[in-house]
Design a protein. Structure first.
Ligand SMILES: [Zn+2]
Length: 503
């Protein structure tokens, strides 16, 4: 009798102490030696036996049909077949006498009616086992989701913990993922640029590949990062640690939406896109070379919105001078910045005490929301509302819950939410000072857009209004002494320190 060794490693049952291919082969060769079996070929299958159509399996049957071998040596019937089609083929070939012998170290078989019956049961049990396994996996996934544990591959910045079967933060990548959200939220980058940024920053996918623009987008849109999970269209609360605040996440979604619109063509002129003409047409720029050979850049109305009264051109140098004068109004020296920051720190302590009460109120609100969620579930389980309605209502309540939790975290961590914006504001004023002394015109344009609105070029003058809170710094109330220790806006800040709340 000539035998073919057939070994198969399955991926679906690693917990069932199935031998690896190497150990199966070793055991089978030892068995063959002991039983004095002649081996004519060894075939190893990588595919699972759940589905028919395995290549090595087919090759083995064809060798036997061509009379190159008489029997099969395998570890157990469940290595040979786990679906009715393959199992049926084996039994059919034994019936016809084409397969003359089957040997298993773990299963006794002889080609008698009883033997075939046993084999059929062995294959049948495998089929039952596969069906059962599939059922178990699906049930397990559903249970995991209900328990707040993501059942699939961990998203970028997280790891599947093989021991706890939970999702852990991937400390190495998490900080880069956070940075990716922050960088993108500036609105200055395309998805392609972000993909290149990932490459430079050394951020790779969990399978160690580069991150494509499409993957950047998927990542930026994944609610997993704020502690939720979307599974088959339904949103669940996750137990994993969120990496991104809802505030930042929402901002990124806005940027994605904005950037999804067609992009304008880029120009080389630094201040294009900043100003409009009073006639509402855009301002354009052009380069002119004087007889002397000197180059000048001029800004002027495009005159594309009908008649325009503006006759003049504005030279870029003049525009820059005007911009610097405007920026001067909202700049703060490093010395003053330090003073103000020290004052803010004093305030912080006081504010933290006030916060305690506030947090308690929020926590009460949170408790009410929990009750709401429970009631909603009851209503759903009593079949008073439809599944769609349940899902949509649940999502609304979960969003509220998330916002509350975030507020509580913010208050607990930062004392009061106005302190951080206040600090940021002061630092921005100090940044203005640095910007004035630089030649970074691109950045000046972005900054001007951020701190002001309605930039108009009228009669060779740049006019715009400062946004809150920069208007407080730029437009002091009349009667305020110029000799204040602190900048002029500071007194008003103190009398109403919470204004940065309203953007
Ligand atoms: Zn005009």
């Amino acid at each position: 009798m000539r035998y073919i060794i057939y070994a198969r490693k399955s991926t679906e049952d690693e917990n069932h102490q199935i031998l690896s291919i190497e150990s199966q082969l070793a055991e089978l060769r030892e068995f063959a030696a002991k039983e004095k079996l002649e081996i004519v070929a060894s075939l190893c299958e990588a595919k699972t036996a759940k589905e028919p159509g395995r290549t090595k399996f087919a090759e083995m049957l064809s060798l036997i049909k061509k009379d190159k071998a008489d029997g099969i040596l395998s570890w157990h019937p469940d290595r040979l077949a786990r679906n009715a089609v393959d199992g049926g083929k084996i039994i059919h070939l034994i019936d016809k006498g084409i397969i003359k012998s089957l040997k298993f170290p773990t299963f006794w078989f002889e080609p008698t009616p009883q033997g075939l019956f046993m084999l059929q049961i062995a294959f049948g049990q495998s089929k039952y086992y596969v069906d059962n396994l599939r059922e178990n996996v699906t049930r397990g996934m559903r249970q995991k989701i209900r328990n707040g544990v993501w059942p699939l591959w961990a998203p970028l910045g997280y790891l599947n913990n093989p021991i706890t079967r939970g999702i852990d933060v991937d400390e190495k990548k998490a900080s880069l993922v956070k940075k990716m959200f922050r960088v993108y939220s500036s609105g200055n980058h395309t998805l392609k640029e972000m993909s290149e940024w990932c490459k430079r920053a050394g951020l790779k996918s969990n399978l160690d590949n580069g991150i494509s623009p499409g993957q950047v987008q998927t990542t930026l849109q994944n609610i997993f990062y704020i502690g939720l999970m979307k599974y088959k269209g339904e949103v669940f609360e996750g137990k994993h640690k969120p990496l991104i605040s809802k505030k930042l996440f929402d901002k990124v979604q806005e940027v994605l939406k904005e950037r999804g619109k067609p992009q304008k063509i880029k120009h080389n002129f630094a201040f294009l896109g900043l100003m409009k003409c009073p006639c509402s047409a855009a301002i354009t720029a052009e380069k002119k070379i004087k007889k002397s050979g000197r180059e000048y850049i001029y800004y002027r109305c495009t005159k594309k919105k009908g008649p325009c009264l503006e006759k003049h051109f504005l030279r870029e140098e003049d525009l820059i001078k005007q911009i610097k004068t405007q920026l001067q109004k909202v700049s703060l020296s490093s010395q003053d910045t330090e003073k103000v920051l020290a004052e803010l720190q004093k305030d912080e302590k006081h504010a933290k005490e006030e916060t305690k009460i506030l947090v308690q109120n929020l926590k009460n609100e949170l408790a009410e929301i929990e009750v709401k969620l429970e009631k909603l579930l009851d209503v759903y389980l009593n079949e008073v509302i439809s599944t769609e309605e349940y899902i949509s209502r649940k999502q609304k309540i979960l969003t509220q819950k998330l916002e509350l939790q975030e507020k509580i975290r913010d208050f607990e961590q930062k004392g009061l939410s106005w302190l951080e914006p206040a600090r940021e504001f002061v630092l921005k004023l100090n940044y203005t000072e640095k910007l004035i002394n630089s030649e970074n015109y691109q950045e000046m344009k972005t900054f001007l857009k951020n701190i002001g609105s309605n930039h108009i070029l009228r009669n060779q003058k740049l006019i715009f209004s400062f946004k809150t809170p920069f208007n407080l710094a730029a437009e002091p109330r009349s009667g305020e002494a110029e000799t204040l220790t602190f900048p002029k806006w500071w007194t008003r800040w103190e009398s109403n320190p919470r204004f940065p709340h309203c953007k």
